[in-house]
Design a protein around this ligand. Sequence first.
Ligand code: ARG
Length: 248
Amino acid sequence: MKQFSLMAGLLCAGLMLNAPAHAAKTYQVGTDAAYAPFESLNSKKEVVGFDAEVIQAIAKKSGIQVKLVNTPWEGIFEALKNGERDIVISAVTITPERKQSLDFSEPYFEAKQLIAVANNSKISKFTDLKTLKVGVQTGTTGDEVVQKLQGKTSPNIKRYESTPLAIKELQSGGVDAVVADNGVVVNYVANNASSKLKTIDDATFAKEFYGIAVKKGNKDLLDKLNKGLAGIKADGTYDKIYKKYFGK
Ligand code: ARG
């Protein structure tokens, strides 16, 4: 009898180690961490930034566990579709096309496109870029607006795998301008005093809204994210994070 209960006890302990009955799922969160101040890697290769803090606050609020995983922009939505990632928070603009194949949370940030040029450039507005070389991050809304101006097949649209790469190409004179999200362009220029770049705002750029994406139909997770988002907006956490990164 004694031996039996010892055996049973060991068996139980073994089962608990192998399959903790109540361990919550950790959701894998994809983000292209070359996009400060929204997402970047610190010296310990951890994902930090506005989006990182927002998703962690949402997770805490709605009682879920998340792990941020640096994920290249190209393929980031595919990783949601094939289940490698459960959530994508990556300064993703909610667009009608993307909504056909993904589900988005309520908007959590307003943005728009911004032009970067050399500080001695004569370019003053978006239409000036009609026949010039323009750097964009592949498949972003920046890419889309330049396609609208120049035509989808324009050879003057130069595509890069990250926005910082496009901006570096601008600094070395390989392109005449870069079109990208305002927050990232402003951040780059502000933190690279020697960049010799200036920014140009154009009134024709539409408002964009960032959303958190999940696989189409993952309503359960989306509800949790929306509840958490509403919660951190209501309790002041969102405002605190916003202030930390963007001032007022
Ligand atoms: N907001 C733009 C878009 O959705 C650019 C986002 C790029 N994000 C990133 N982490 N690289 O197309």
